[in-house]
Design a protein around this ligand. Structure first.
Ligand SMILES: [Zn+2]
Length: 280
């Protein structure tokens, strides 16, 4: 939902920094022997991510004869824990965005492996595979791996989904809800359209945005009542249009942009239906 600048740290250097304090000689030898594989997998990742084909990357279990559990410690114990040698890299990624780029709404509280470390251990501390995220998105994505181009979530470092508006909302007068959905821009391929839909579904964003839209409307309810009383539905529509334009200039595909556009396009909402929507 939000594009971020790609980390520039080299995967091999980061990996070697993370394993730099391993004391057990046999483990250190095993982990060091994997370093070229980490570098090669990062290079493949870069090519695949740029082409939008990360779903084609083969999983890589038991790398170097180490179990995934053992390799997972390279991330949890040698990068993510507070005094780990790789912690500075983790922090760089964590603070690269205050808002979760996956939902465009939640507060960043963790770092998500875009390709899950359970299936791609060689990418467990590779910076371009690590994305700042909110805990809800992190949990919803889980360890699921994509098996088709159309079933990939949007990668904040590689995918450009912000050059055109695709997130829109409709208002259901009977159910008194906003219905957020993806509308395919004419320049998009069918795969890109399906990916945007898959992203919304994976992170349950239609529901999340609908809830926040009702809350937003309640926050503005008194003001809207005053505008309606003073200037009628046309004034309310103008207010919705102004707000939509302002939100759009900030984030083209934010739920607020879609919400205020939907309100402005609904004569029923502008004539007072907004209070029915707010009541839910
Ligand atoms: Zn999120």
């Amino acid at each position: 939902m939000r594009k971020l600048a790609k980390p520039t740290r080299d995967a091999k250097s980061v990996y070697e920094l993370c394993i730099s304090r391993v004391k057990k000689a046999t483990l250190k030898a095993s982990l060091t022997a994997i370093s070229p594989t980490v570098q090669a997998e990062a290079a493949s990742y870069e090519i695949s991510a740029t082409a939008g084909s990360l779903h084609t990357m083969a999983t890589f279990p038991n790398i170097g004869g180490l179990s995934n559990k053992e390799f997972n410690k390279v991330y949890t114990g040698r990068m993510a824990s507070p005094k780990a040698p790789g912690r500075a890299i983790y922090d760089e990624i964590f603070i690269s965005s205050k808002i979760c780029p996956l939902c465009g709404h939640g507060k960043v509280t963790t770092v998500d492996h875009h390709l899950p470390k359970a299936h791609y251990p060689a990418l467990t501390v590779t910076p371009i595979n690590l994305v700042p995220a909110c805990s809800d998105c992190n949990k919803l994505k889980d360890d699921v791996i994509s098996t088709a181009a159309s079933r990939q979530t949007i990668h904040p470092y590689y995918d450009d989904f912000d050059s055109e508006q695709w997130l829109f909302a409709d208002i259901n007068q009977i159910e008194r809800v906003f219905y957020f959905h993806v509308k395919k821009p004419t320049s998009w391929s069918q795969t890109k359209f399906l990916r945007a839909k898959f992203h919304l579904k994976t992170f349950e964003l239609a529901i999340l945005f609908s809830l926040h839209a009702i809350e937003e409307l309640n926050d503005r309810l008194l003001t809207l009542e005053k505008i309606l009383a003073a200037g009628g539905s046309q004034e309310v529509m103008d207010d919705f249009l102004d707000t939509a334009e302002s939100c759009k200039s900030n984030h083209l595909n934010s739920w607020k942009t879609a919400m205020y556009q939907a309100l402005a396009n609904s004569p029923w909402s502008c004539a007072g239906g907004f209070r029915d929507l707010a009541a839910g």
